[in-house]
Design a protein around this ligand. Structure first.
Ligand SMILES: [Zn+2]
Length: 175
């Protein structure tokens, strides 16, 4: 009787790590719906005609020009480059004050979002500069931060300047 009991105990000890590993794999394979909305950046009234103005003070502006519209492949939203500040609904500008994050997005009204780029943004690689711009544009659309696996992740980088699955779901929920 004692022998049988010992055998069962041994088997249980082997099965438990296997089950744990399976559960972890299932968890990692499950798409997350983690998108949040940014309380400081309400969604646009008309998401199909959002004018983007890029201040001449923005350094390495090629990286802004090449990715601010990385969200536009989604049918729900569309940006247009504007050269008239009066029509700006997403206003990219530069601050020489070297404190705070690489960039940030704030709003003073539904259709006026200001994206401020800071000096340390210039020290990033091209891909990370572009990811930062795409992230800030995500705030302009109204998306908030998530933990990971999205361009809207709060900390660190995805090393990619295009929206992820979770970012797309957030846009579809908003618009
Ligand atoms: Zn952010």
């Amino acid at each position: 009787m004692t022998k049988v009991g010992t055998k069962n105990n041994k088997r249980r000890k082997v099965i438990t790590p296997v089950l744990l590993a399976l559960l972890i794999m299932m968890y990692m394979a499950t798409p997350s719906y983690a998108y949040t909305f940014d309380p400081n950046n309400p969604k646009y009234n008309d998401p199909l005609t959002v004018s983007v103005y890029i201040s001449s003070s923005v350094p390495i502006s090629d990286d802004v020009v090449s990715v601010y519209d990385n969200w536009d492949y989604m049918s729900e939203i569309q940006t247009y480059r504007s050269y008239d500040l009066d029509y700006a609904e997403a206003y990219f500008t530069y601050s020489s004050v070297d404190s705070g994050p690489y960039a940030s997005c704030g709003s003073s009204g539904l259709d006026w979002k200001q994206i401020t780029i800071r000096p340390k943004w210039k020290t990033l690689s091209t891909t990370l500069r572009q990811e930062t711009i795409a992230h800030e544009m995500g705030h302009a659309w109204g998306l908030g931060h998530v933990v990971d696996n999205a361009i809207m992740r709060e900390y660190g980088f995805m090393n990619n300047a295009y929206p992820w699955f979770d970012d797309e779901n957030g846009i579809r929920e908003l618009y």
